[in-house]
Design a protein around this ligand. Sequence first.
Ligand SMILES: [Zn+2]
Length: 188
Amino acid sequence: MRKPKLSRLLATLAAVTLSALGAVAVDPAPASAALRNVCYNTSQAGPFATYAVQAASIWNNYTNNINMAQCGSNLVISYTYGGGSYAQRTSLGNGRVVIDYYQAQQYSPLRIMTHEIGHILGLADNYNGNCAILMSGGSAGTSCTNPYPASAEAARVDSLFGFAARSATPAQVFTGSWPAPTVVAAQR
Ligand SMILES: [Zn+2]
C-alpha cells in the first residue's frame, strides 16, 4: 500500500516542480539592450572559487549593465603561490584573474578578488590609500577589507559596458596592486 502512495506523491511533486519551472520560463526578466554577460570560470580557482562567486554577486548588485555568471570562460579565475595577484585583461570583460595564495592571507581575499575583477571590467588602479575606493587595492593597507566598489567606480563600469566604449578599453596587465607589507619587504 505504501509504494503506490509514495509514487503518487512523487508524481505530484514532480508535476508541481515542472509547473513551477514552466511558470518561470514564461515569465522572463525584462531584457536590457545594454546588459552584457561576463561569463566567469572557477574551475581553476581552487579555494578562491567561493570568493569569485561573492565578488561576482557584488558586481552584479552594484552595476546595471553587466551580469556576471558561470556561463563560460570570458574570465578565468585561477590562483598561484607568490608573485602577487594580478589581472590580465585581453579586452573589456575578458581575461584572467590570478590570486596569490600568500597575498590573500595578508589582505582580504574578497577585496583582492573584487578589485582584480574590476580591472577586467575596465577599471584602472587608483592607489590613493582610501579603503572606500576598491581600486586603491593594497595601498589601503592590510586592515582594509572593503570589497565594494565606490559609486563612481560602479558608474564607470556601467558606462563602459553601456556604451560603445569597448575599443577604448585596451588590453592590459595589472600587477603590483597588493604590495607585500613593509615588514616583510624589509627582511628581504
Ligand atoms: Zn590593481
